[in-house]
Design a protein around this ligand. Structure first.
Ligand SMILES: [Zn+2]
Length: 49
């Protein structure tokens, strides 16, 4: 539930193009099949599929 809220927030902030990675690398604790990292400009952690 919390994860969905965070993801939705990130998508809302980013304008949805979650398919596009933008550097910074993936966190080691990212879920399988996803790449999570901190957006330096917003300070929000989000994930890419
Ligand atoms: Zn990203």
């Amino acid at each position: 539930m919390m994860k969905a809220i965070i993801l939705g927030l990130a998508i809302a902030i980013l304008g949805a193009p979650a398919a596009m990675a933008h550097g910074g690398g993936c966190r080691k604790n990212s879920p399988p099949g996803q790449c999570c990292h901190m957006d330096n400009s917003t300070g929000v952690v989000h994930c890419h599929y």
